[in-house]
Design a protein around this ligand. Structure first.
Ligand code: 13P
Ligand code: SF4
Length: 333
């Protein structure tokens, strides 16, 4: 009888094997001339071995200026695609090609094409959490770190009456509308992880930790209601911070001590606690776990580097069209 065998990369990772694997990864990265980029939601042992850890905007900026011939992207597929579009001459690898994103899947190129037909004069702003095909139909990309700035820039360039199609995240769209006081056409997509952080979660942690500060990712399902609590005076605006994951780290660097409730994917707790060990960081919802981000493991990273496999390559004609909105996003910063 043939029993199914676990591949070396699928076997459970024993804690005692982590340092040796990390040494192997670092040695292979040096040998291959590769830069390892990791998103803030990556597993701690991946973050600790990366050359740069950051949010989507920081990662795009790092990729755009990378001096190495190879980038290994520890994140999800659209992030590696974005790096490949920005650096067409480099090899971009991802340790698991199946690491997708529910938000990127919430709008297809055909759906965006139809939307544009219904609004032929509109400027299209898409979150960087989209496929390369969607970016190729987009005027400006943005991340949670610069969405407000990007839309502000469009109003400044095209006038206050310009029509904007914003997608695919409806909570980020609502945050931008509220911040700038102007309506846009907002796609009704969401990230299943962030949408799962509900107003009730905020109510419960607020009751358990009165006086705590709130760090809230604008993709969260609770973000709109938190803005409403603030507007109604139920929450002190001073203690509520709507931030990208990079913005949360800047907050941690500037504010030591006290308690902060963190409403985003729970991987974020690791870099926050490393940055400010004297601050108590509490998850708004312990179940906010992105299984796609956690598909990247040390053995898979080692295998990708060792075997030079799992390259992410965007067809040239798509990449050439998708580059402009990404470069605009990186330039606005
Ligand atoms: P940022 O790290 O850019 O805030 O994005 C969060 C996210 O969900 C990435 O998939
Ligand atoms: Fe996509 Fe949500 Fe996972 Fe981020 S947390 S990669 S938006 S599914």
């Amino acid at each position: 009888m043939n029993l199914p065998m676990l591949g070396a990369s699928d076997a459970p990772l024993l804690l005692e094997n982590i340092p040796a694997l990390q040494d192997e990864v670092r040695a292979l990265a040096a040998e291959r001339g590769a830069m390892i980029l990791a998103h803030n939601y990556q597993l701690p042992e991946i973050q600790d071995v990366a050359d740069y850890v950051g949010d989507s905007l920081g990662l795009s900026q790092q990729a755009a200026s990378a001096a190495t011939d190879m980038i290994v992207f520890c994140g999800v597929h659209f992030m590696a695609e974005t790096a490949s579009i920005l650096c067409p001459a480099k090899r971009v690898l991802i340790p698991d090609l199946d690491a997708g994103c529910s938000l990127a899947d919430s709008i297809t190129a055909d759906q965006l094409r139809d939307w544009k037909v219904r609004h032929p004069d509109a400027i299209v702003v898409m979150y960087v959490n989209t496929t390369a095909e969607v970016k190729a139909l987009t005027d400006y990309c943005c991340t949670s770190a610069n969405a407000v700035k990007v839309v502000e820039h469009i109003y400044a360039q095209h006038g206050d009456d310009v029509e904007i199609l914003f997608g695919p995240d409806m909570f980020l769209g609502a945050f931008v509308e509220k911040s700038l006081g102007r309506p846009m056409h907002v796609w009704d997509g969401e990230c299943h992880v962030h949408a799962g952080i509900k107003p009730d979660d905020i109510g419960a942690v607020r009751a358990a930790h009165p006086g705590a500060e709130f760090l809230i990712h604008p993709e969260c399902g609770c973000s709109t209601s938190v803005m409403e609590y603030v507007a109604a005076g139920d929450l002190d605006a001073e203690g509520v911070h709507m931030l990208s994951t990079g913005g949360m780290l800047s907050y941690a660097r500037a504010h030591h001590g006290g308690t902060a409730i963190v409403a985003t994917e729970t991987g974020m707790l690791h870099p926050l606690r490393q940055t400010a060990p004297d601050t108590e960081f509490i998850a708004a919802n312990e179940a906010a776990h992105c299984r796609f981000m956690k598909m990247i493991t040390l053995p898979k990273l080692r295998d990708a580097l060792r075997d030079g496999v799992h390259e992410v390559k965007v067809p040239r004609e798509v990449a050439d069209r998708a580059r402009t909105p990404i470069e605009r996003m990186v330039a606005i910063g």
